[in-house]
Ligand binder design. Structure first.
Ligand code: CDP
Ligand code: CDP
Length: 221
C-alpha cells in the first residue's frame, strides 16, 4: 500500500479542488476522496439527529458511525442519496464549525485512509498533505483570489437557478477562510514541499494539465 501513490490537493473553498481533483483522478484512473464530503455528512447526520453542536464527543460518535458510501459521483448516507442535501449552505456552515473539533477529525481519520487503494488516490481537502497523507508523492496547494472564488460560487448558484449576492458570498468566503486558517487542529496551510497553484486566471482544464505535468515529473524520481 505504501507503493500506491497519493496526490494531495488542498486549498480554500472554491479554489477548484473538487473539480480539479476529480478530473485528475479520472485522467489517471485513480480513486478520488472528497474529504470535505465526510465533514458535510457528519454535519448532516448531526443536524438530523439533533446532536448538540457544542458536544464534541457526541459529534465524534456521529462521525465514527457514519454509514456512508460513494458511488459514481453520488454520495449515500444509509442508502439515501444525499449528494444534494450535503451541499446546502447550512450544512456547509455546520461542517466548517465541527471540523475545528479534534475528536471529530480523529473519528474521520481511518475512514479517509480507507480510500488509499491501488492504483492510486487523488484526495482533496484542507489537511490531505499535512495530516492524512503526509507521504503523498505530490502535494498541491490550490489558491485563487477571494474575488475569483466568489465569482465561481456566484456562477455555480446562478447556474442552479439560485439567486445570489456577490457581497454576501464574499463575506461568507472570508469568514470560512478565517475559520479554516486559524483553527488549532489541522489548520489550512500549504505544507513544505507543496506545489502552489494560483488558479485565479486559469481554467479548471489548465489547472488539471499543470498538476498532471507535476505528477509526471515526481513519479519518475
Ligand atoms: O465547499 P467547501 O470548500 O466550502 O467545503 P468542503 O471541501 O466541502 O468542506 C466542508 C468543510 O469541511 C470546510 O469548510 C472545512 O472546514 C472542512 N474540511 C476540513 O476541515 N478538512 C478537510 N480535509 C476537508 C474539509
Ligand atoms: O472544491 P472547491 O470548493 O475548492 O471548488 P469547486 O467546488 O470545485 O468549485 C470550483 C468552481 O470553479 C467550479 O464551478 C469550477 O468549474 C470552477 N473553476 C475551477 O474549479 N477552477 C478554475 N481554475 C476555474 C473555475
Amino acid at each position: 500500500n505504501s507503493q500506491t501513490p497519493v496526490i494531495a490537493i488542498d486549498g480554500p473553498t472554491a479554489s477548484g479542488k473538487g473539480t480539479v481533483a476529480q478530473k485528475v483522478a479520472q485522467r489517471l484512473g485513480f480513486h478520488y476522496l472528497d474529504s470535505g464530503a465526510l465533514y458535510r455528512l457528519t454535519a448532516l447526520s448531526a443536524l438530523r439527529r439533533n446532536t448538540a453542536l457544542d458536544d464534541e464527543h457526541a459529534l465524534a460518535k456521529v462521525a465514527s458511525r457514519l454509514n456512508c458510501h460513494f458511488d459514481s459521483g453520488h454520495i449515500f448516507l444509509s442508502e439515501e442519496d444525499v449528494s444534494e442535501a450535503i451541499r446546502a449552505e447550512n450544512v456547509g456552515n455546520v461542517a466548517s464549525k465541527i471540523a475545528a473539533l479534534m475528536p471529530v477529525r480523529q473519528a474521520l481519520y481511518g475512514l479517509q485512509l480507507g480510500f488509499h487503494r491501488a492504483p492510486g488516490l487523488v484526495a482533496d481537502g484542507r489537511d490531505m498533505g499535512s495530516v492524512i497523507f503526509p507521504h503523498a508523492v505530490l502535494k498541491v496547494f490550490l489558491t485563487a483570489s477571494v474575488a475569483a472564488r466568489a465569482q465561481r460560487r456566484y456562477k455555480q448558484l446562478i447556474d442552479k437557478g439560485i439567486s445570489a449576492n456577490m457581497q454576501d458570498l464574499t463575506n461568507d468566503l472570508s469568514e470560512r477562510d478565517a475559520r479554516d486558517t486559524h483553527r488549532s487542529s489541522a489548520p489550512l496551510k500549504a505544507v513544505e514541499g507543496a506545489y502552489l497553484l494560483d488558479t485565479s486566471a486559469l481554467t479548471a482544464e489548465q489547472a488539471v494539465e499543470q498538476i498532471l505535468g507535476w505528477y509526471a515529473l515526481v513519479k519518475t524520481v
